[in-house]
Design a protein around this ligand. Structure first.
Ligand code: SF4
Length: 392
């Protein structure tokens, strides 16, 4: 029996509108599938559960999409089934992602009653023009009100997602957003501040390539990141990952599982999982997902040994690939990785790490390898170099 923590991710594919920058597997206008999606997710859970009977789940993350569109009853059914069929740790972190426009006091009370103990809300910006640019459908007032409702429902572990580096954003508008959320009833317990990335295939990418939108200058984006880190440190947050800040030790335990390259079961359309050394992803289209689980779609599972017919693809991770995953996710953490615990295949990557150390992008301190402040700014370039150094 393995004692490594394992998490559970459940993907909810519903959104009210599709935001211009979003490449998540989420869809507007399919709310009529909510009941069938839940039945399918419960069927998928039941197929996996016997295989994981010995494992203790330390986290559940209900993400999306917009899980706060789901009723309290739906979340209760889901979490009751999770508790019945998996060994859920008594102190498990159970997060539900929310958007301001769908947060409602009655639903929040029901989520809390069902066992949710952490809310992660997508605020992104409090500047009216930036919200319009992103196609967000909430206003700044609604976001503030939703935060109040979350606190009033008794949640004492709340994350807010913010985005910086938007085209046309100024230091003042970003500072306004950050200062406002810090002033809301004492502020959140956790902040995720992501630099905007223009993802291929999104309406935003089309606008950028048509020359109708000019991407933010990378030096200015770095300036916003520096200001953010300094301001949040002053406000009592500890930065523990490139883009994530927590108060009172309230790091997101579920995301730490990803960054520490530990295992997680993933359910729901398009979800990516990592169980027993196997990385897999679930079929993306919600209707195909439902068909495969509820209506016996004739498409066979990706491999006969897999429990769920909804798996679209799966592969056993080799030692070198696993090591690269450990480095590229673990080095995003301020704690870095334990270099002495890395497998022999690390010798093949060591020259690239030595190069990063020599160039003040990485550092070695008491057997731990981590990125320097400058290294965090150019982390993706370091990871590309690491991948390129892998022998054919
Ligand atoms: S609400 Fe979130 S998941 Fe939905 S479209 Fe917008 S960014 Fe994507």
């Amino acid at each position: 029996m393995t004692h490594a923590p394992i998490g559970l991710y459940v993907h909810v594919p519903f959104c009210t509108v599709k935001c211009s920058y979003c490449d998540f597997n989420s869809y507007a206008g399919i709310d009529d599938l909510q009941d069938a999606w839940l039945d399918a997710a419960l069927a998928e859970l039941a197929l996996w559960a016997p295989r994981l009977a010995e494992r203790e789940f330390s986290t559940v993350f209900i993400g999306g999409g917009t899980p706060s569109l789901l009723s309290g009853d739906a979340i209760r059914r889901l979490l009751d089934a999770v508790r019945r069929q998996l060994r859920l740790a008594p102190d498990a972190e159970i997060t539900l992602e929310a958007n301001p426009e769908s947060v409602r006091p009655d639903r929040l009370a029901a989520y809390r009653d069902a066992g949710v103990n952490r809310i992660s809300m997508g605020v992104q910006s409090l500047d009216a023009a930036e919200l319009v640019f992103l196609d967000r459908i909430h206003g700044a007032d609604r976001a503030a009100q939703a935060f109040r409702e979350i606190r009033e429902a008794g949640f004492d572990n709340v994350n807010l997602d913010l985005i910086y580096g938007l085209p046309g954003q100024t230091l003042q508008t970003w500072q306004y957003t950050v200062e406002q959320v810090l002033s809301w009833d004492g502020g959140p317990d956790h902040l995720s501040c992501y630099a905007l990335t223009v993802e291929e295939g999104t309406p935003l990418a089309a606008r950028v390539s048509a020359g109708r939108v000019l991407e933010a200058d990378p030096d200015f984006v770095a300036e916003l990141a520096d200001w953010t880190a300094a301001r949040l440190a002053q406000a009592g947050f500890r930065r523990y990952e490139t883009s994530n800040y927590a108060r009172r030790g309230l790091q997101c335990r579920h995301n730490l599982i990803y960054w520490r390259n530990q295992e997680y079961l993933a359910l729901g359309p398009g979800a990516h999982g990592y169980v027993d050394g196997l990385r897999y992803h679930v079929v993306r289209r919600p209707r195909a997902y439902i068909d495969r689980l509820l209506h016996g779609d004739p498409n066979p599972p990706a491999a006969a040994a897999l429990p769920s017919p909804a798996i679209a693809d799966a592969e056993q991770v080799g030692e070198l690939e696993d090591l690269i995953d450990t480095l590229t996710s673990g080095l995003r953490l301020i704690e870095g990785v334990d270099e002495s615990g890395l497998p022999p295949a690390y010798d093949q990557l060591r020259p690239t790490i030595d190069w990063a150390v020599a160039n003040n992008l990485a550092q070695r301190q008491s057997a731990r390898l981590s990125l320097t402040r400058r290294g965090h700014e150019v982390a993706n370039e370091i990871f590309v170099r690491l991948l390129e150094s892998v022998p054919e």
